[in-house]
Structure formats: C-alpha cells, structure tokens
Design a protein around this ligand. Structure first.
Ligand SMILES: *[C@@H]1O[C@H](CO)[C@@H](O)[C@H](O)[C@H]1NC(C)=O
Ligand SMILES: *[C@@H]1O[C@H](CO)[C@@H](O)[C@H](O)[C@H]1NC(C)=O
Ligand SMILES: *[C@@H]1O[C@H](CO)[C@@H](O)[C@H](O)[C@H]1NC(C)=O
Ligand SMILES: *[C@@H]1O[C@H](CO)[C@@H](O)[C@H](O)[C@H]1NC(C)=O
Ligand SMILES: *[C@@H]1O[C@H](CO)[C@@H](O)[C@H](O)[C@H]1NC(C)=O
Ligand SMILES: *[C@@H]1O[C@H](CO)[C@@H](O)[C@H](O)[C@H]1NC(C)=O
Length: 449
C-alpha cells in the first residue's frame, strides 16, 4: 500500500510538470462513494429498539417478573429477549414512558389472551415464542390439513393505542381476530415473517387498522396469493416464499413490492399503477418476457439480480425507471442501443456478469446516467468513444475485469462529467504511467487499490 502511495505521489508530481495543469488524483477510497450509490433501496432494515434509556434483562433465565419491580419515568426501552416468561404480568404499569418492549424468545402463549395495556408503547417484539400451538396440534392430529386455519393470534386484552410496530415473526399464525384493529389502531408495520402461513385469508385487510403501511410476509408457504384490496398498505415483502406460484395483486396504494427468492413464481397478474420499487432478484428467471411491465408505468427501481438472464431484457414501458440492477446474471454482450428504452436511468449495475463486448453505441440514450457498475466482468478492451454519450456519468466501476492497459478502457477526456473511476484488480493495475493517466478526463479521481 505504502509503495503505491509513493509511486502515485511521484506520478502526480510528474504529471503536473508534464502538462502544467491539474490532473487526476489517485485515491483508494472508492467504497465510500460507492455506498452512496447503493442500489438496494428496497430492503428496509429490520426495526430495532435503539439505545435510548434502556433496561437490558436479556438471557437471564427469568421465569417470573415480580409485579411493580420496574418503576421509572425514564425507562424507554425494556429488553427481556430470550427468557422463560409466560406472562408479562403488570410490568408495564409503572413505566409510563416506555417506547419499546422486546419480548422475543420467551414462552408467552400468544394464542391465549394476555393483558397488555400501555398508552405510549410504540414498538413490541413478540417474535419467536418458544411454545407453539401448531406443534401441539400437529402432535394431536397430523392428518388434519386445515390445521393452520385455527391458529389465531389472540389480541383480546391487548390495548396499545399508540403501537406503531408489531413483530409476530416466528410464531405459527394463520389468522387474526376481528378486532385486531381495535387493539392496535395506530399500527404502521406488521411483521409476519416465518409464521408458516400458506395463505392470506380474504378478510385479513379488513382486520388490520387503516394506519398499516408496511407488511412483511417473507419466508412462508404462500402459494396462490390473491390480494384485491390491500387497504392502505404501501410496502409488501413476499421474499422467500419457495412455493409461491400464482400471484394476483391489485392496489392503487402499493409503492414497494419485494418478490425475491420465489423460484416457483409463474403466473403474475398485477394492477399496481403506482408501484415504484420492484425486487425480482434470485428467481432463476431466464427471461422476463412474460411479465407485463406495461402495468408498472411508475416504476423507479427494478432489481433483477441473481437470475439467469443471458441478455439485457428488452423492456420498453419503463419511461420513469431511475435504477436498474442486473448483477450476477449470465449476460455476455451489450448490443447497440439496448438501453434506449430507459431514458430516465440514473444508475445501472451490471456487476458479476460475463460481459466481454460493449458496442460503441451500447449506452446510447442514457443521457441521465450517473452511475455505472461493470465490475466483475470479462472486459478486455472497449471501443473508442463508447462513453462519450454518457454526458452525466460521475461514477464508473470497472474493477475485476481483464483490461491489460488503462487505455483499453477508452475513457478519454471527452467524458468530462466523470468524477470517480475505480479500476482495481485488472491486469494493468500495477503499472499505470503518467502518460496514460493524461488521457483520462481531467476531473477524475482514479482508484487503483
Ligand atoms: C459495484 O461493484 C462492486 C464490486 O466491484 C461492489 O462492491 C459494489 O457494491 C457495487 N455497487 C453497486 C451499487 O452495486
Ligand atoms: C429484540 O432483541 C433481539 C436480541 O437482541 C434482537 O435481535 C431484536 O432485533 C430485538 N427487537 C427489537 C424490536 O429491537
Ligand atoms: C382469547 O383469549 C381470551 C382470554 O383468555 C379468551 O376468553 C378467548 O376465548 C380467546 N379467543 C380465542 C379466539 O381463542
Ligand atoms: C376496526 O374495523 C372495523 C371493521 O372494519 C371498523 O368498523 C372499526 O371502526 C375499526 N376500528 C378501529 C379502531 O379502527
Ligand atoms: C387461486 O386463488 C383464486 C382466488 O382465491 C382462485 O380463484 C383460483 O382458482 C386459485 N387458483 C389455483 C390454481 O388454485
Ligand atoms: C479540464 O478540461 C476542461 C475541458 O477540457 C477545461 O475547461 C478545464 O479547465 C480543465 N480543468 C482543469 C482543472 O484542468
């Protein structure tokens, strides 16, 4: 590392005297810039209680908590994760400003009503209780197919008028009570990840409160999903439903739909005119030709990573698309004009494909493109002026390709907008000369190690 810095410091001095004007800086921190361009906006991070005024009683093998033992106006967060509590008794009575309660991995029987009342609580984690009604039932009668119809999350006795986030993941649940919305009238996000659901009951969206916006149903056994009335939900996560085959969604509110890792996905019927973000990664798609993208006319972000696409998909209806990610597919070349249907594209990521060829006019029409990731491909030489039409290109990632010489990138001074060029892990990376650097656009920082 030190060696490089010295070499490049020398180069820099050389270059200055060579041209008598400022030339490229050489730097090592491309990742910092790359992070700003993270394409995976769709994944919203898991909700967490945070570090405010908290009482941590995790992993203490507690079976009982004495009434009134916790009394404080200051406590905002109580964590009782991984104990053996089967009830929360009256611990909430003397912590009026409690904001977040973490009861994950206890032994609370969520199928029997529990008293749980608090005026200010915003977040409640009831995930992964260590008893399971379903398991008991299964032992009783393994032949009953309808078993999951009767696994009810019993919210009777729960009155949490300001709760915004409820995590019920990891408990077997097939249905909610009719007055679920009365118990949690302000709920915004409901997590039902890994609850062994095989369907979303038709009445589901009339049981949830009108305030609900975000619904997590990942990692279940949904197979035929028809959602015609999704109340006010704007974000729906259905990732990792391995047998999801038929999907039929109509919503005028939905903005985010995540359907990654649903390898059985076959027939889809979508009427979601205002959808903005769609994740279809990890689905073994060899083509997307049977998806009617015309119905996603507001789409801004499309992720198709980790599929088996051999070509850039020809999609002509996504006039608003800002970000397209096709990482880790099997794309070999990029034909002329192929992106002319994406006039609004700002970020394009083609990392981890098998791209060997790019035509002179492959990227024609991408006048708004700012970010291009072509790393981890098999490029050796690019045609003269291939990037000249990218008049707004700021970040270019060419790491881990096969370029023998930096001049083979054919990124010349005509690409005036280019600010950051990363070329790590190429054949030439150890020998760049000042003369070669002089060909690059003069405002560009080059990242080599
Ligand atoms: C671009 O590729 C590099 C690997 O060379 C990776 O570290 C980075 O996360 C990628 N950026 C995006 C936005 O995909
Ligand atoms: C509850 O605690 C567990 C273990 O620390 C943690 O993984 C989980 O994210 C916490 N839940 C919330 C809502 O913070
Ligand atoms: C829910 O719990 C309450 C109180 O324990 C009980 O009376 C009621 O029958 C339960 N409801 C269901 C549907 O199991
Ligand atoms: C709960 O839902 C029912 C039926 O949809 C509705 O009549 C009632 O007003 C709702 N209550 C609250 C507090 O949202
Ligand atoms: C899928 O569900 C819909 C609505 O519940 C139903 O009309 C349709 O027949 C089902 N399709 C299959 C193949 O089960
Ligand atoms: C970079 O090049 C442009 C046009 O080629 C020129 O206008 C500008 O002054 C140059 N900037 C520097 C810092 O040399």
């Amino acid at each position: 590392m030190i060696k490089y810095i010295i070499i490049f410091a020398l180069l820099f001095v050389f270059a200055k005297s060579f041209h008598g004007q400022d030339i490229q800086a050489i730097s090592t921190d491309f990742e910092g810039h790359d992070k700003n361009y993270n394409l995976n906006l769709i994944k919203n991070e898991k909700k967490r209680c945070g570090n405010f005024e908290s009482l941590n009683l995790d992993n203490m093998n507690l079976h009982v908590i004495k009434n009134n033992i916790i009394q404080s106006d200051h406590i905002q967060h109580i964590s009782l994760h991984n104990n053996n509590l089967d009830d929360i008794y009256t611990i909430l009575d003397n912590v009026p400003n409690l904001f977040c309660l973490n009861l994950s991995r206890n032994e609370i029987n969520i199928y029997n009503g529990h008293e749980l009342r608090h005026l200010n609580l915003k977040m409640l984690d009831l995930s992964y209780q260590k008893i399971s009604e379903a398991k008991d039932l299964e032992e009783q009668d393994e032949e009953t197919n309808d078993i999951y119809k009767y696994i009810i999350f019993n919210s009777t006795g729960m009155k949490l008028p300001n709760l915004q986030y409820l995590d019920l993941s990891g408990n077997d649940i097939s249905t909610l009570l009719w007055d679920f919305n009365v118990s949690f009238p302000q709920l915004i996000q409901l997590d039902l990840i890994n609850v062994k659901a095989d369907e979303v009951e038709p009445a589901f969206f009339s049981k949830i409160p009108k305030s609900l916006r975000v619904l997590h149903l990942e990692n279940n056994y949904l197979h035929n999903l028809t959602l015609q009335n999704m109340a006010e939900v704007t974000a729906l996560y259905l990732d990792e439903n391995p047998i999801l085959r038929i999907i039929d969604i109509a919503s005028k509110k939905l903005k985010i739909l995540s359907l990654s890792n649903c390898p059985s996905l076959g027939h889809g019927n979508f009427d979601i005119p205002f959808l903005e973000q769609l994740d279809l990664s990890m689905n073994d798609f060899e083509t997307v030709s049977y998806i009617n993208f015309q119905v996603f006319r507001s789409l801004r972000i499309l992720l198709l990573d980790y599929n088996k696409l051999q070509k850039i998909p020809l999609i002509s209806d996504l006039q608003q698309l800002n970000e397209l990610s096709l990482n880790f597919n099997m794309i070999k070349d990029i034909p002329s004009n192929i992106f002319s249907y994406f006039p609004s594209l700002k970020k394009l990521s083609l990392r981890g494909n098998k791209i060997e060829h790019i035509e002179k006019d492959s990227f024609l029409g991408l006048n708004n493109l700012e970010y291009l990731n072509l790393s981890e491909n098999e490029l050796r030489r690019l045609p003269y002026n291939w990037a000249t039409s990218l008049i707004n290109l700021k970040y270019l990632n060419m790491n881990s390709n096969q370029f023998p010489n930096i001049l083979d990138l054919a990124v010349n001074s005509a690409v005036v907008s280019l600010k950051h060029l990363s070329v790590k892990d190429n054949i030439f990376t150890k020998k760049i000369t000042t003369a070669e650097l002089a060909y690059l656009p003069n405002a560009t920082t080059v990242y080599v190690v």
